[in-house]
Design a protein around this ligand. Structure first.
Ligand SMILES: [Fe+2]
Length: 393
């Protein structure tokens, strides 16, 4: 899928031009696309493509709608400067049409030397073609699947993905705790992302909900840069087909003062800010008038007692708002056991499906009903659920 467009004899040119000792050799690695591309932050009018190269580059995406030969070039930038000299590449495609398929290529050109008044370029690599499709509020049916708590067990994720028809999925939800913590970049690549790219994520967006384990480790603050969202927050709403989705960030599971956090978390004001956003989001006309309203959050908003601090906190903050919002279903994980929590068992007036680390949920959504099938990696069916829309509108 990757091709080198031109070989530039980078090392020789660099040594000649800069007059410095040549640190390159014939064995120097060529420019390569190491990870991705994968699709993020899809809306009905935009999508972001992310990939990684082994050398610093400037990058672009070339794309065209499938009903047009008009190729558009997209680059990323801020404050008048095109993003450059980086190994992680995030290119937003904007001005797209709802429910439309686009073909795209990713292109990266190496920056061999970045001087103030002269930049020396090296090889260019191109990868593609791939496809992306924007969300479509008019679509009458589609399928998605859900996994969570993979905790870097990429082989199990691979086996779980075998149990759903991936080509038929419009999106794949990763509902938190995909890693144990984020200390080395490889934990994300080896733990789940490379499997996702190989199996679906070049053409089917992954929606990554932050779990409590994603907040831990020295790299945790970079997660949003690798997995951008439509509003660059971990909480947002979007609509596809008959479903309005709410994505919430259930935060950490212990108080901010807990010694494990070393004084470096401040979830109390963050959860208050998120609650203020949620209060407005459930009032949106598009949300209220959807056929279904589905919530994703990593921790279940139910707690046996106050010792379950994180779940207890989000129950107090969000259950009153969600109970008034005619939620059809919530997807959670975190507890590492499969469970169905029926409405009113826990102070929540909507069903909660708590998925396990070793089960995958396949959802076929249509105007008439949601069909859920929950399977183990070996194909064993653990549960099946049929949900009618809570409000017929
Ligand atoms: Fe968790």
């Amino acid at each position: 899928m990757v091709r080198v467009d031109r070989v530039f004899l980078t090392a020789i040119v660099a040594a000649y031009v800069f007059g410095s000792p040549c640190t390159f050799s014939q064995d120097a690695p060529k420019l390569d696309l190491l990870h991705g591309p994968y699709l993020q932050a899809v809306t009905d009018s935009s999508a972001t493509v992310v990939w990684f190269t082994n050398k610093s580059c400037v990058s672009r995406v070339e794309y065209a709608s499938e009903d047009s030969n008009n190729v558009v070039t997209a680059v990323a930038g801020r404050h008048g400067l095109i993003d450059a000299n980086a190994t992680v590449h995030r290119i937003p495609l904007t001005g797209l049409k709802p429910g439309t398929r686009y073909t795209y290529h990713v292109v990266s050109t190496e920056i061999v030397k970045f001087d103030p008044y002269k930049v020396l370029y090296g090889d260019t690599i191109t990868s593609g073609p791939y496809r992306v499709q924007t969300w479509n509020p008019q679509k009458d049916k589609f399928s998605f699947c859900v996994v969570n708590d993979i905790h870097e067990k990429a082989d199990r994720l691979d086996s779980l993905l075998n149990q759903v028809p991936l080509d038929a999925m419009d999106l794949v939800f990763l509902n938190g705790d995909m890693i144990d913590h984020w200390t080395r970049e490889s934990q994300v690549f080896d733990g789940f992302l490379d499997v996702c790219v190989r199996r679906f994520a070049r053409k089917t967006p992954l929606v990554y909900i932050r779990g409590n384990h994603e907040t831990r480790g020295a790299l945790a603050r970079e997660l949003i840069d690798w997995f951008p969202t439509p509003n660059q927050r971990y909480y947002y709403a979007f609509r596809h087909g008959p479903i309005s989705f709410l994505v919430l960030d259930s935060g950490e599971d212990k108080p901010d003062s807990n010694a494990e956090y070393s004084g470096l978390v401040s979830f109390e004001p963050y959860m208050a800010e998120q609650t203020a956003w949620l209060r407005e989001a459930v009032q949106e006309k598009a949300f209220r008038e959807s056929r279904y309203r589905i919530v994703f959050l990593h921790m279940p908003p139910v707690a046996k007692d106050e010792r379950e601090y994180g779940s207890s906190r989000i129950h107090k903050l969000w259950a009153p708002l969600l109970n008034k919002a005619n939620i059809d279903l919530a997807f959670c994980g975190h507890v590492h056991l499969y469970a169905r929590v029926d409405p009113n068992e826990s102070g929540c007036r909507f069903p909660i499906l708590v998925n396990a680390p070793d089960t995958i949920v396949n959802v076929d959504a249509s105007d008439g009903q949601l069909d859920l099938t929950i399977k183990k990696p070996d194909g064993q069916v653990v549960d099946q659920v049929v949900l009618k829309p809570r409000l017929a509108n």
